[in-house]
Design a protein around this ligand. Sequence first.
Ligand code: HEC
Length: 218
Amino acid sequence: MSACGESGGTTTAAATGTETAGTSTGAPTTGPGEAPTTGGSTTGSTTGSTTGSESSSSSTTDDASSSTTASGEDLDMQAEDFVCLLEWEKVRKFRLTNMLGHLDEALEVANDPSGGVYPVGTVIQLIPGEAMVKRATGWAPDNSDWEFFALEVSAQGTTIMARGTQDVVNGFGGNCFGCHAKAAPQWDRICESGHGCDPLPFTPEQIEMVQMADPRCP
Ligand code: HEC
């Protein structure tokens, strides 16, 4: 993991700092419609959160610090940070962890019958090939600051196939945002059952089997 402030990220709160420090060629020249690729962030053209981040990061920081989570925190997941799903907490059907030390808070939200907002650093997966990561407050207001990931896993580890907010598709061509944005607001984009998302064509047993078969597990 490279939490904000480590490994070349900026130390300001706006997650946008780590984005622009990534592999992309820089906002002004990178046009919209750029295809998601491995590694770099792909959110620039759609979220608006990156707009002007380099020149006005202080104002974004101010917005971020009004949140309940400590300002300045961010989680820029790297491929090696994704591990065997069975090592994480199981909540109903999904697996959850928090890379920034807010696991208790994340579990509280997950178990709150009225929902809530997950703390920064929360990583949630249903199956090894897809993940949602809670970035810094203000990182992507249009997506409740979640970053979607399409992953490929093998015994050798994890490869990030795509990451971003509104442009990431899963192995079946389904757009993550297209479904998860339909979750009612109190669920913070978490679909589960009955939150308003279009359903997945998998039974709970099938989901459990896919988790148990995670090739990264010892
Ligand atoms: C067809 C709609 C649809 C698409 C497309 C989709 N999801 Fe989901 N996703 C769901 C539903 C519904 C669930 C809950 C399934 C369950 O609990 O039985 C879910 C569950 C999840 C979960 C577990 C937490 C939760 O919301 O219940 C994560 C994490 C997740 N999806 C990430 C992704 C990512 C990342 C992508 C894109 C790569 C994606 N999903 C694409 C509908 C979708």
